[in-house]
Design a protein around this ligand. Structure first.
Ligand code: HEM
Length: 401
C-alpha cells in the first residue's frame, strides 16, 4: 500500500469524530474507489442508490479472500448465529425470514405504539428535569429504543447494562476491523450475546404472550418456516438493530440542533415540522453510515467495473451529503428541507430498514418533546464520539436543561 493510493482512510485518528470532509474529498476524487484495504467504497448519492437497488448479494461467504473474508470467517466459525439474520441472507431465505416479522413493523402497527413511547419519553424527561445536568445518551437516547424493542419482543429489560455493552461491541463487526484484539472482543461478545438470546427464548417458551418473540417461537414450532438458529439470529438482529441505531438518531439530532440554534428555535416555533426534521436529522448525520453488498459477477458502476467477489461499501452518510443531489447547502441542517425524505439513511431496495417507521416515531416523539420542554437546553461539556466508523454517534452527550 502506498501513501498516494490511500486517499480514503477511515482508520485515521479523528475520522470518526467528523468523517464528512473525508467523504467530500472521496466523492470528488474517486467516487467508486477501490481501496487498498480490499474493498470498494461508493460515495455519491446516485451510485449508492443504484448499488443498493441492483439486487446484489449480502452473503459474506461470497467475499473473495482478504481482510473482510478473514473477519467474517472468524465470526461465522465462532458463532454461526451471527450470520443467519435476514440482513446477511439472499432470497429465498431473505424473503422467508423478512416476511415473518414485517407485519409488526408496518406504519399502522407502529403508530399504535405512540402512547407507550410518549409515556417513556415523558418519564425520562421528568428524571432529566430533576437532575438538571445529564448525559443525554444515558438519560434518554439509549433507554427509549432499548425499552421499546424489549417490550415488543416481550422480554425483561433487567440485563440492559450487560446487553448494551455486548451490542456495542458486536456492531463493530459491521465495519472493517484492523485490530485483532478488537476482533477477539467481538467474537467473545457474539458468543455471550447469543447465549443470552437463547436463554430469553427458553424463558419465553415457558412464558408465552402477545409479543413478537412468542410469535416467532410459534413460527419455529410450526415446521419448516424457521430453524432454531435462525430464530436466535433474527432476535439478535432485532434486539441490536432495534436500539444501536435509534440511539444515534436521537443523540446526533440533539448535537445537530445544539450546533444550529436557529433550527432548534424553528422546531420550537413550528412543531408541524417535526416529521420532516427527523428526515433531515437522518440525512444530515446518518446513524448507520454505511452498508455493503457483494458482487456475484462483474458489476459496472459509475463507469468502473467492479470484479466478482468484491466487498462493496455503500456509504450512506456520504450519499446523504452529496452536493450533486442535495445542492450547495448539503452540509447545512435545514429542518424544512423539502426533499429531506429522499435520504438513503435506511438503505434502499430489498433490505430497506424494516424498523424505519418505528425509528421515525421514536425520534420524532423524543426530539419534539425534549425541545419543547426545555427552552434552556444547552451543551454542558464536550461531546465524546463513540469511535465507530459505521454506527457512529456520541458515547457521551453532556447537556444541561
Ligand atoms: C436494516 C438503518 C432502526 C431493524 C437496516 C439497514 C439500514 C438501517 C441502513 C440496511 C439496509 C441495506 O443494507 O440495504 C437503520 C437506522 C435506524 C434503524 C438508521 C434508526 C434510526 C431500526 C429499528 C429496527 C431495525 C428500530 C427494529 C426494531 C432492521 C432490520 C433490518 C434493518 C430487521 C434488516 C432488513 C433486511 O435485511 O431485510 N436498517 N435502522 N432498524 N433494520 Fe434498521
Amino acid at each position: 500500500m502506498t501513501d498516494t493510493e490511500l486517499i480514503f482512510n477511515p482508520f485515521e485518528p479523528g475520522f470518526t469524530d467528523d468523517p464528512y470532509p473525508a467523504y467530500r474529498d472521496l466523492r470528488d476524487a474517486d467516487p467508486v474507489h477501490e481501496s487498498p484495504f480490499g474493498l470498494t467504497v461508493v460515495s455519491r448519492y446516485e451510485d449508492v442508490g443504484a448499488l443498493l437497488r441492483a439486487g446484489l448479494s449480502v452473503d459474506s461467504r461470497l467475499v473473495a479472500p482478504g481482510m473482510y473474508r478473514d473477519q467474517f470467517d472468524r465470526l461465522d466459525i465462532a458463532e454461526p448465529t451471527l450470520s443467519l439474520s435476514m440482513l446477511d441472507r439472499d432470497p429465498p431465505d431473505h424473503t422467508r425470514l423478512r416476511s415473518l416479522v414485517t407485519k409488526v413493523f408496518t406504519p399502522r402497527s407502529v403508530a399504535a405504539l405512540e402512547p407507550m413511547i410518549t409515556e417513556l419519553v415523558d418519564d425520562a424527561l421528568d428524571r432529566i428535569e430533576e437532575s438538571g445536568r445529564v448525559d443525554l445518551v444515558e438519560a434518554l437516547a439509549f433507554p427509549l429504543p432499548f425499552t421499546v424493542i424489549s417490550r415488543m419482543l416481550g422480554v425483561p429489560t433487567t440485563d440492559h447494562i450487560r446487553i448494551r455493552a455486548l451490542s456495542g461491541t458486536i456492531v463493530r463487526s459491521l465495519e472493517p476491523v484492523a485490530d485483532p484484539q478488537v476482533l477477539d472482543e467481538i467474537v467473545e461478545a457474539g458468543i455471550e450475546m447469543a447465549g443470552i438470546i437463547r436463554g430469553l427464548i427458553a424463558w419465553k417458551r415457558g412464558n408465552p404472550g402477545d409479543d413478537l418473540l412468542s410469535a416467532l417461537i410459534a413460527a419455529e414450532q410450526d415446521g419448516d418456516r424457521l430453524t432454531e438458529d435462525e430464530l436466535a439470529a433474527q432476535i439478535l438482529l432485532l434486539y441490536v438493530a432495534g436500539h444501536e441505531t435509534t440511539v444515534n438518531l436521537i443523540s446526533n439530532a440533539v448535537v445537530a440542533l445544539l450546533r444550529h440554534p436557529d433550527q432548534l428555535a424553528l422546531l420550537r416555533d413550528r412543531p408541524d415540522l417535526a416529521d420532516n426534521a427527523v428526515e433531515e436529522f437522518l440525512r444530515y448525520d446518518s446513524p448507520v453510515q454505511q452498508t455493503r453488498r457483494i458482487t456475484t459477477a462483474p458489476y459496472t458502476l459509475g463507469g468502473r467495473e467492479i470484479p466478482q467477489g468484491a466487498f462493496v461499501v455503500g456509504c450512506l452518510a456520504s450519499a446523504n451529503r452529496d452536493e450533486r443531489f442535495w445542492g450547495e447547502d448539503a452540509d447545512r441542517l435545514r429542518i424544512d428541507r423539502p426533499n429531506a425524505r429522499s435520504h438513503v439513511a435506511f438503505g434502499a431496495g430489498p433490505h430497506h430498514c424494516l424498523g424505519a417507521s418505528l425509528a421515525r416515531l421514536e425520534g420524532r416523539v423524543a426530539i419534539e418533546r425534549l425541545a419543547r420542554r426545555f427552552p434552556g437546553l444547552a451543551f454542558d461539556g464536550e461531546v465524546t464520539w463513540n469511535g465507530r466508523i459505521n454506527l457512529r454517534g456520541p458515547a457521551l452527550l453532556p447537556v444541561a436543561v
